[in-house]
Design a protein. Structure first.
Length: 210
């Protein structure tokens, strides 16, 4: 039987060093709740928060947020686009506008931490609403983000990313949202910029009642 070594993709992750970040804000909104979380759990939470910020950045076309999940010397191999973080953010800004909406859904992550580096494989399914003169399409891509994270000054970010594509599907779709009776439509409809309701704090203000 083959020996399973610590830190391998089938063994337990190694934790040679754990340093909680001095600035807890890197964990995201509500980070004060995590002040009592001990490493290595905090490292996993921080990495997952980076992945979540990435999805928001793509779906809201938020260039600043996209840049914030990568280190300055990072490299992204996205198949259709390869280069540094600025090149990738530029590509998103130029190409994602063709879609009326997108949702990058994250699945399970396999995270292996060794000192200030982490190897991470995260499953994803990316849904894209593509309008067209001959009818709209739902374009769905399934695959995995294969990442190398680095921790610098207590903060985790992506240093290397390679996207692995497993499948892709295109199906006709009819957008039923316009038919919904939404009394507060302007407050609950998603936006593809920072005007999206998710950027507000607190999340929302209930309507006044008599």
């Amino acid at each position: 039987m083959a020996e399973v070594k610590a830190g391998s993709m089938t063994g337990r992750p190694r934790h040679d060093r754990h340093v909680a970040p001095e600035d807890s804000q890197v964990v995201g909104r509500g980070s004060a709740l995590l002040t009592n979380v001990e490493p290595p759990a905090l490292d996993y939470i921080q990495i997952q928060q980076v992945l979540a910020r990435y999805s928001r950045g793509i779906d809201r076309m938020d260039r600043e947020l996209i840049l914030s999940v990568y280190w300055e010397d990072a490299y992204d191999s996205h198949g259709v686009c390869e280069g540094n973080r600025e090149a990738f953010a530029d590509w998103i800004g130029e190409n994602m506008t063709r879609y009326a909406a997108s949702n990058h859904m994250l699945g399970q992550s396999l995270i292996e931490i060794e000192a200030d580096h982490a190897d991470c494989e995260t499953y994803f399914a990316a849904f894209h609403h593509l309008p067209g003169q001959d009818g709209d399409l739902m374009v769905v891509v399934g695959g995995r983000y294969h990442d190398r994270f680095e921790r610098r000054n207590g903060e985790w970010r992506i240093h290397r990313r390679r996207v692995l594509f497993d499948w892709m599907q295109e199906t006709p779709m009819v957008d039923a949202l316009p038919r919904l009776d939404l009394p507060r439509r302007n407050e609950v409809m998603g936006r593809r910029d920072r005007a999206d309701p998710s950027y507000r704090s607190p999340a929302f203000t209930p309507p006044a009642t008599s």
